[in-house]
Design a protein around this ligand. Structure first.
Ligand SMILES: NC(=O)C1=CN([C@@H]2O[C@H](COP(=O)(O)OP(=O)(O)OC[C@H]3O[C@@H](n4cnc5c(N)ncnc54)[C@H](OP(=O)(O)O)[C@@H]3O)[C@@H](O)[C@H]2O)C=CC1
Ligand SMILES: O=C(CO)[C@H](O)[C@H](O)COP(=O)(O)O
Length: 521
């Protein structure tokens, strides 16, 4: 005799990398999950995995399973407690609207909640909340953490209707990554059926519709820059010191124990350690140097340009991926464009003493730290400017807190950012926090040494270099924009303000007239 499946607490629609693992994570916390995917094999796979894991935990109790397989969205709706909560984990863009439309056709009700966890464009989320009003509540919760994070504790960035958040919050707080409240360090346990229950959850209500996806977008922009910075360090060590992948892995592992400790540094060391199963070489050397992207870094760079918030390190990281994809052009130009090593110094590495090599590594460590602080400063300033424009009232201490564990950019360093915003919630720029401006001031000469070395050895380091230009731009009380304003006024009568007159008072100079004159406009 078969038992009728129980009423589910929540549904997961889309059982790919993220959806499957989020569903298993939710079930581990005692909730019953109805699962659906257009691909029935994925439904069966997650149902079987959950049943097996639950049976192992309960000593073979086959009735303990906490998932119900659904073969249609109508069945999903029938299996859910009301008001229904449905999580979408489908590719961003048209599939989100496709599922929403199908849910309307299947009979979703006005007080049901649809939670989009994909990397949707934040303006789409704002539009969707309005579009589906009256048919269901469109809520969003961006997720970071990849496959393992989704399974054992991601960072979750919910936004939208506050009443919907009240409904979703207990589940979200349960499944989110946890940090030790005193140290800010992640509490991690990667065991099915034995989730982390203690500690502060890495989730917090971010704000109205779109705010969570904007914050996640910036998270990914920072992620792009952080990854590119590590890649630049890899190339500098490889080309500058002639280090092998294993030697670089050791350097990264050492750095991971210090102020550069982060998930991305940790996994980079592991990637570099891996041998290729098909050859004797390190796997990293067999991976084609063409980077993919799905758009969130690009959106961050575009938003920074639209808002007028300088985020050059993030933009350079997007460009670096673009240059990487132009492999045929790089192949052609690699034999045509001269570099410093071709002229006078064919292989600088053997000439360096052990002491010089260590000095190079130490300078690079400081350079990476400084550039990393700058890319976070860019991301936080961008969120501040967008938040002000959209009236979101973002809480930056909370945002830094929920990035301390679970997400891809998790790093010890985020505790210092949290502290900076806890001490001064009105902080307008991260570099105004003394802890950061002092540590950058102390290390900036090392940063310059690295940039000089990169330039002189002809190794591209666009993020490390652009971050230094960013730092130096903010160090300048006076920039050459006075000349730029003169140029604009010369060719287009675009006017300028004067240093000795009140702000907002505009002047034009008749540069080309026979009798040049200054007029107040
Ligand atoms: N992978 C990651 O590390 C992260 C991803 N994200 C975001 O989360 C979302 C999901 O990502 P990910 O899990 O990697 O993607 P996947 O492609 O692995 O999974 C998406 C799943 O949704 C299914 N699907 C597509 N359309 C429908 C539909 N109409 N109804 C039901 N199921 C559907 C797909 O089936 P099929 O393959 O058969 O089309 C697939 O199984 C994306 O927006 C992504 O950007 C966010 C954070 C991290
Ligand atoms: O959101 C994420 C992590 O936070 C995803 O891993 C994201 O898809 C990575 O982006 P891209 O594919 O553009 O590198």
């Amino acid at each position: 005799m078969t038992h009728p499946s129980p009423i589910s607490d929540i549904a997961m629609i889309g059982l790919g990398v993220m959806g499957k693992n989020l569903a298993l994570n939710i079930a581990d916390h005692g909730y019953h999950v109805a699962v659906f995917d257009v691909d029935k094999l994925k439904v069966n796979a997650v149902i079987n995995q959950e049943a097996e894991e639950r049976a192992t935990i309960t000593g073979g109790d086959k009735t303990a399973a906490r998932m119900t397989a659904c073969d249609s969205l109508k069945m999903v709706l029938e299996k859910l407690a009301k008001p229904r909560a449905l999580v979408l984990s489908v590719p961003a863009g048209a599939p989100v609207d496709g599922v929403c439309q199908s849910l309307i056709e299947a009979g979703i009700e006005a007080d049901d909640i649809v939670i989009d966890t994909g990397n949707s464009l934040w303006t789409d989320t704002v539009a969707r909340e309005a579009q589906y009003q009256g048919q269901f509540i469109f809520f969003s919760s961006a997720v970071s953490g990849g496959e393992v994070g989704a399974r054992f504790g991601p960072s979750l960035m919910p936004s939208g209707d506050p009443a919907a958040w009240q409904h979703v919050a207990p589940i979200w707080e349960a499944i989110a990554a946890k940090v030790d409240a005193n140290t800010g360090l992640p509490i991690e346990r990667f065991e099915a059926g034995n989730p982390v229950l203690e500690g502060e959850p890495c989730t917090a209500y971010i704000g109205p519709a779109g705010a969570g996806h904007y914050v996640k977008m910036v998270h990914n922009g920072i992620e792009y820059a952080d990854m590119q910075l590590i890649c630049e360090a890899y190339q500098l060590l490889k080309d500058g010191l002639g280090f092998s992948a294993l030697q670089i892995s050791e350097v990264f592992s050492t750095w991971d124990k210090g102020s550069l400790n982060s998930y991305l540094m940790n996994i980079s060391a592991k990637v570099l350690q891996q041998a290729d199963p098909l050859s004797d070489k390190p796997l990293v050397e067999m991976i084609l140097d063409k980077a993919g992207q799905k758009g969130t870094g690009l959106w961050t760079a575009v938003s920074s340009l639209q808002i007028g918030c300088p985020a050059p390190t993030i933009a350079e990281a997007v460009y670096a991926r673009a240059v990487s994809t132009q492999k045929p052009l790089r192949q052609a130009l690699s034999t045509k464009l001269a570099g410093p090593t071709l002229a006078s110094n064919p292989d600088p590495s053997p000439q360096l003493s052990e002491q010089d090599r260590q000095a190079f590594i130490d300078a690079l460590e400081d350079a990476l730290y400084c550039a990393k602080v700058c890319c976070y400063a860019q991301g936080f300033q961008l969120m501040a400017m967008a938040g002000a424009e959209q009236h979101w009232q973002l809480n930056f201490a909370e945002i830094a807190k929920i990035w301390r564990a679970g997400c891809i950019i998790r790093a010890t360093f985020l505790q210092s950012i949290t502290q900076a915003y806890v001490e001064n919630p009105e902080l307008t720029h991260l570099l105004l926090a003394d802890s950061f401006n002092q540590s950058l001031s102390a290390r900036q000469m090392q940063w310059r040494r690295t940039v000089c070395a990169a330039v002189m050895q002809g190794t591209p380091a666009p993020c490390i270099t652009s971050a230094l230009a960013y730092y130096d731009s903010y160090r300048c009380e006076t920039l050459p924009a006075n000349l730029l304003q003169g140029q604009r006024d010369f060719f287009g009568a675009h006017t300028f303000e004067r240093t000795d007159k009140p702000a907002g008072e505009k002047y034009h100079f008749n540069w080309s007239d026979k009798k040049p004159s200054l007029t107040k406009v």
